[in-house]
Design a protein around this ligand. Sequence first.
Ligand code: SF4
Length: 395
Amino acid sequence: MGGKGAAAMDGSSCGLYVHVPFCVRKCLYCDFYSLPTGTEKLAGRIGSGTPEQRTFLDALELELKRLPNDFQPSTIFVGGGTPTELCDDDFSRLLAIIRSSVDTAQITEWTCEANPGTLTQSKAEMMRDAGVNRVSLGVQSFDKATLEFLNRIHTPEEAEAGYELLRSAGFNNINLDLIFGVPGSDLETHIEDVRKIIDLNPEHCACYCLTFEEGTPLYDLKERGFVRELSGDQCADQYHAIRQMLMEAGYRHYEISNFSRKDRECRHNLLYWSGGRYIGCGPAAHTHWKGTRSANVRNLDSYCKAVLKGKEAKEFTETLSPEEHARETLVMSLRRIDGVAFEDFIQQTDFDYLDLAEEAIERLTWEGLLDQSCGRLRLTEKALFISDTVFSQLI
Ligand code: SF4
């Protein structure tokens, strides 16, 4: 783990997540909670947000004001949804209410997600001036047909222009998201995408395989026979080719789907991958705080009504037993390529991972899917693309 990553996992760090539940329109594959606003190509609109968006900001402001007194995050992640879908006035207010809810001097990393179709120079400057020091740009692909198939709102040219805009605004910590395993694409499509990314030279790249989640239009199309999923082997080939290219270009593969330049790992996400503490605000946002996990309701209206009445907007709250928490920490920690150190795990959870799952760990090691060496447990290269199968045997 790089120096900054290690700092994010020292047990004292915690993070704030803010969920902005609006998108211009829904991408074909998306199962995140967000509402389509239909504000196509009105990215620069000023002062014309919807009443729902203003009510959301009123509720969010109250929820942020009610954060526990002993919660002082070192990282902030503003995601969604599409934060940059908000109009200039609302976007500026969003950043201001987040700023006023934390001690900004303690913030080491503040990420905001941006969509190339709604990012403008004024929004890039607002982020920079508010203290956002990392932007995650949802590029997904530089292939026109792939973007159209996915129902993304932007073109490859807009994706590149969005990246350049962030650079000229002074951002020196940018993530680009990439999707592979897209029906109709082949290995060459994704190799071209990675070439383009290497050419642009962002500090971080997150690469995800397209998934067919029930309830999405993509899932329906598959069920009705209009779209065929790529085979597991095809997706695995694409994953390993992308991984190889990024590593050869000097990126460190530090988490199953994430690659970064030295010391540019996403510190906020490292909290998730180390069983760390975080509080989520906004509809559908998740929290892990003082041994309790909870999620806000996945409904904007219910969220706003509850928060504005001074109530909590929780859909569920659960307290994990120490053993359940330890198992969950084990699986999350194994997402990191460095895996987990035997001693650190005991210190963090009071459990020895061999006591938790000795039989499964030994079997998976024998199958060449886990590696136990130098006092650490980690996934092998062979297991990276089938990690969910490995994790299901450890939970
Ligand atoms: S922009 Fe992101 S959150 Fe919005 S619909 Fe597309 S994938 Fe979902």
